[in-house]
Ligand binder design. Structure first.
Ligand SMILES: Cc1cc2nc3c(=O)[nH]c(=O)nc-3n(C[C@H](O)[C@H](O)[C@H](O)COP(=O)(O)OP(=O)(O)OC[C@H]3O[C@@H](n4cnc5c(N)ncnc54)[C@H](O)[C@@H]3O)c2cc1C
Length: 292
C-alpha cells in the first residue's frame, strides 16, 4: 500500500486527481478497522493530517471553521466552542474513547457515512456546512447533504472535505445531543438525537431543529417536531408532539442493538429529552444575556 502525506489542500487535490482510486483518511479509526475486517485495501492512502488547514479550529466573523481532520479532542477541550455549541461538543465527546478522540475527526465521522455517526445530527441541527475541495476548486454544501446511505456519500471522485463551517448561534439559543447505547461506553448509538432551540424573552420557541441518527439510512430531520415546537412554550402538548413525530420519522432496522419498535420508542423519549436540554441552555443563554 502506498502512503502519501500532502502538505496543502492543492497537493492533496492533485494527488486525488492523479489517483482517483486512492482513499483519503484522517484519524483512520474507521479506515484501519475496516481493512482489518476484510474490506479491500486501497492501493494508496492519502493522509490529510499533515495539512494545517485541515487540522485547525478558527472562530472569525461569527463562524467556526473546523478542519475536517482535526482530532475531536481539540473540540472537547475548546472552552469557547463548548460554550457556544455545547451539543456539538458533547456529540464529539461521545465518539469512542479518549484514545479514539485523540485521532478521530468530524470529517471522518461524516464521510464514513455511518447512520449512527454521533456528530452528524449535532452538526445538522446547527446548520453546519462542509467545504469540499477537488482539482477543480471548492464548493460548500450542507452537512445534511453529504451522506446518501450507509457508507455512501455525495462526494464525487477526487473530492474531499476540507473543513466544517458552523455559524455562531443567535442569542437565546441552545443545542444538545443525546444518544442511547446498550452499554455504558464504547458502543454505537441505537438512537442519537440532536436538537437546537431558540427562545424569545417570554420563553416562546421561535426556532427549532431536531435531527435523529441511527434510525434510518442517513440522519433525518423531524420537521413535524420542529413545527410543533415553534410558537409553543415547550408545554406538555408540544413535547408529546415532538416524541410522536420523532417516533414516526424513524425508518430503522431490526438488529442486535434493538428492534424497530424499541428504536421508535427510544427515539420519541430521547427527542423530548434533547429538546428540553437544548431549551434549558437557551433559557440560560437568555439569563446570561440579561446579566451582561
Ligand atoms: C473503538 C471505536 C469506537 C468508536 N465509537 C464511535 C462512536 O461512539 N460514535 C461514532 O460516531 N463513531 C465511533 N467510531 C467510529 C469512528 O471513530 C468515527 O466515525 C470517527 O469520527 C472517524 O474519524 P476518522 O478521522 O478516524 O476517520 P477515518 O477512519 O480517517 O475515515 C473514515 C472515512 O471517511 C473518509 N474521510 C476521512 N476524512 C475525509 C475527508 N476530509 N474528506 C473525505 N473523506 C474523508 C475516509 O476515506 C473513510 O472512508 C468508533 C470507532 C472505534 C474503532
Amino acid at each position: 500500500m502506498n502512503y502519501l502525506a500532502p502538505a496543502t489542500v492543492e497537493e492533496a487535490a492533485n494527488m486525488l486527481s492523479e489517483q482517483p482510486a486512492a482513499k483519503v483518511f484522517a484519524g483512520a479509526t474507521d479506515v484501519i478497522p475496516q481493512i482489518r475486517a476484510g474490506r479491500p485495501e486501497p492501493e494508496t492512502l492519502i493522509d490529510l493530517k499533515g495539512i494545517a488547514r485541515l487540522t485547525s479550529v478558527n472562530h472569525a466573523g461569527g463562524t467556526w471553521t473546523i478542519g475536517a481532520a482535526t482530532p475531536t479532542v481539540e473540540l472537547t477541550e475548546n472552552a469557547e466552542l463548548a460554550a457556544e455549541l455545547p451539543g456539538l461538543v458533547e456529540a464529539a465527546g461521545l465518539i469512542g474513547s479518549d484514545q479514539i478522540q485523540n485521532r478521530c475527526s468530524l470529517g471522518g465521522n461524516l464521510c464514513n457515512a455511518s447512520p449512527a455517526a454521533d456528530s452528524v445530527p449535532a452538526m445538522i441541527v446547527n446548520g453546519a456546512r462542509a467545504v469540499i475541495a477537488s482539482g477543480s476548486g471548492t464548493r460548500t454544501v450542507p452537512v445534511a447533504d453529504i451522506a446518501t446511505g450507509p457508507g455512501a456519500t455525495s462526494l464525487a471522485e477526487g473530492e474531499f472535505v476540507v473543513e466544517i463551517e458552523v455559524d455562531s448561534p443567535p442569542a437565546n439559543t441552545g443545542d444538545a445531543y443525546l444518544r442511547m447505547i446498550p452499554r455504558t461506553e464504547m458502543d454505537i448509538a441505537v438512537v442519537g438525537v440532536g436538537a437546537r432551540i431558540t427562545l424569545d424573552d417570554t420563553g416562546t420557541c421561535t426556532s427549532a431543529t431536531v435531527a435523529l441518527g441511527a434510525v434510518a439510512p442517513t440522519a433525518v430531520r423531524v420537521p413535524d417536531a420542529e413545527a410543533a415546537l415553534i410558537g409553543s412554550t415547550l408545554d406538555d402538548a408540544a413535547l408529546a408532539a415532538v416524541a410522536e413525530a420523532a417516533a414516526a420519522a424513524c425508518n430503522p432496522i431490526d438488529d442486535k442493538r434493538g428492534t424497530v419498535a424499541y428504536r421508535r420508542q427510544v427515539a420519541g423519549v430521547l427527542a423530548r429529552r434533547a429538546v428540553v436540554a437544548a431549551a434549558q441552555r437557551a433559557a440560560d443563554d437568555n439569563q446570561q444575556g440579561a446579566q451582561r
